[in-house]
Structures are given as C-alpha cells and as structure tokens.
Design a protein around this ligand. Sequence first.
Ligand code: HEM
Length: 418
Amino acid sequence: MPEPARPAALADIDLSDLRFWSGPPGERHEAFARLRAHPPVYFAEPDLAPIPRGPGYHALVRHSDVVAASRLPSVFASEPSAISIPDMPREFNEFFGSMINLDDPRHARVRRVVSRGFTPRMLAKIDGDIARIAARIAAELPAKGDCDFVAEVAAPLPLAVICDMMGIPESRRAMVRENTAIVLAGADAEFLGGDGDAAAHRLLTAGGELAGLLGELAAERRRTPVDDLTSALVNADIDGEALSDQEIGSFFILLAVAGSETTRNAISHGLALLTDHPDQRALWWADFEAHAATAVEEIVRHASPVTWMRRTLTRDHELNGHHYAAGDKALLFYASANRDEAVFTDPDRFDVTRSPNPHVGFGGPGPHYCLGAHLARREITAMFRELHRSAPGIRATGEPRRLVSDFLNGIKTLPCAA
Ligand code: HEM
C-alpha cells in the first residue's frame, strides 16, 4: 500500500528514520505530541536489508488507541511478530518466536505454563534474592568512586535475578549478558555493525548460543529436577502437552532480553531522572517507603523502556474513527501514549507522587501484558531502596550515552558518583 499523504504539520517526522531516534529525546516528545493531534499516520518501513521491506505501518500514538488495540487481540494480532516491523525470516522465529509473537490458543498455552514461575508465591521466594543482590551492589558502590552506573548498578541485578530463577550457573552469565545485549541492540551500530548480513548473522549466533545453553540446562533438569523455573518448564505438562525444547529455548531468550535489558534501562533512567529533578529526589528520599510505589510507576511511565510493540490486523476494522485493513501493521507507541496530555496532567513532568498513573509502559490491558511487571517493580524498588540506604548521595555526573534504537529507550553508559 503506498504511503498516504501526511498532513503538512507532520511532514518533517519520519519514525522509520534512525536519525529521528538518535536526536535529543525532547525533539521526539515534541514530534509525538504533534502526531497525537492527528489521526494515526501511516509510515513507510525502515530499510533493514537484506530483510525485504514491508508495506508500512500505522503509528498508534494516543493512549486511547494503544489501550483499545491491546484489548482487541483477535483483531490486532501479535502474530506473525510483535517485536519487529518486518516479518522476520523463518530462522529468526526459531529463537525469537516465543509467546510474545503468538496469539491464542498457542499463546495462552505457553503463558499458562510459564506463569507458574511468576506467581506471588514464587515472587515472594525470589524477593530475598533480589534484596540480597541489590544490597551487595549498593554497598560496594561508595568504594568505587566515579564509575559507570549501568555497568556497576543497573545491569547486574535484573540479569542475576533471571539467571537465578532459571538456574543458570555463574560461569555462563557473562555469555548471557553479551548475547542478550546483541539481541536487543536493534539497529545500534556499535553492537551490530553497519552491514545488514553481518548483523543478521550476529543476531542468529547470539540466539543460537542462548538457546544452546538452555538446551543443555533443560537436559540436566530433565534428569535431575531442582527448585527452579527451568525444572518447572521441562516438567510442565498442560493438558497432556509439555513445552517443546524449542519453546523453552525461545522463552528463555524472551525472558533474558525482555527481563534484563528493560529493567536495567528503567533503573538507569531512574537515576538520570532523580539527578535532573532534585526536588523529586528530596521528596522521595525524605520518606522512601511512602513514595516508592508511585515513584517506580513514574520512572516506568517517564522512561518508557519499551517504545512500541507491533500488531497485525486480522480483518478490516474501524477503531476510534480510523480505518484499518486486514493485513495492515500497527505499531503501538507506548512512549507516546505515556505522554498523552488527554490522560496525564503535565505529561513531561517527572512526579514521584503521580496518582493515578495509568501508563502503558508494561503494555496495554490484554493477554500480552508484561508477565514480569511485578518482578520488574520489585527489582527497581529494591535497587533504589538499597541505594537510598547505602549510597544516598548517588547522582549522575554526566549525560547518558543512549542506545540508538527505535524499539528500546536504552542507556549504554551513565557516569555516576556515589
Ligand atoms: C521495566 C521493565 C519492563 C518493561 C518496561 C517491560 C515491558 C513489556 C512490554 C511493553 C511487553 C509487551 C506487552 C504487549 O505486547 O502487550 C512485555 C511483555 C513481556 N515481558 Fe516485560 N517488561 C519489563 C520487565 C520484564 C521482566 C523483568 C520480565 C521477566 C523476567 C518480563 C517478561 C515479559 C514477557 C515474558 C512478556 C511477554 C508476555 C506475553 O506475550 O504474554 N518483562 N513487557
């Protein structure tokens, strides 16, 4: 479908151009505010050669559109892919085709099995681990002096938690960290290099190594189950059906990338926000527990670590006065919905007491709502609680170095002093 003409007021905006995503965040927020004033705009797809370029996508930028589409998974489907604009070649789906890219009934089946690892009982059990790891990280910080907050604080906790849950041995964690960074780096040149074929190769190699690690672990747990999520998955039997090795491998990749990079970016944005808003930091620090719940939600809203998810129309449909045709792609821009002035008063303001805060940082209401949302909240809260306790003067001492990606609002490095 040819790209329909864009209103003149929006002619300078191209969400498919990486230059848009490498510019200052303030310019992006201003552009999204202009987009929200119009019906959803249709964009041509980015050039991701050698992957063939698809027909384009509708950009859903208003909170009401994102919520309505999330609520209608039978029309706005997650198959064939929720995490890439083009339909990925088959070999990608082998590693990256977990439930986030599935619709019911297959989605519901996998989600039922893996949800067992995320019940309040399981989370309560892992709470002790989270607090212990966060306390160690924070306690070691003052002695480090000036350092990179991402490497020293934000990155280690979420990955350690996922690895603990799955039962990944300490010796393999550096490999997991490296490969998850490659999988989620998207178009960032530093990770993937400029050449499309080489980038695809690195991505598949990273996926293969992660899946291979889980294959080994799954075989071990089949022989000798222990009290971890991998054992629960390999021995899961839902309606007579167990998860296949491929499902377990791709679920682990989903967890490792969805659970670690997102949370680490939320924590990094949290420090940058508290540094830029000393009044909000003083307010939170004055009574940590009283404001923790709203502060953590506000960090996720303001940062929106995941910028969008994709849906594909299963049939012609009219939504909020806009027509979508069967087969059309729609990107649900959480980053824009979370700044929608129709829902949030003074949306650019960072307000640790904001309530209500119906943000869609963990996705809109629907079957794919982030499975790890509670876990992420616990991790972010625990990390800031321990920083408040052991390194209360922690602050960013320079600008964040940002990941150039349309998909993730990532921070690669953030200089800090405790
Ligand atoms: C601040 C941190 C996080 C953010 C911002 C985030 C965001 C999201 C978003 C936007 C979705 C897609 C929702 C949709 O398509 O409707 C999602 C799905 C998912 N997330 Fe998270 N997430 C975070 C942390 C985590 C953690 C810690 C885990 C697990 C350890 C996790 C596991 C998942 C999984 C498994 C899905 C797929 C659910 C499904 O398809 O049913 N996430 N997340």
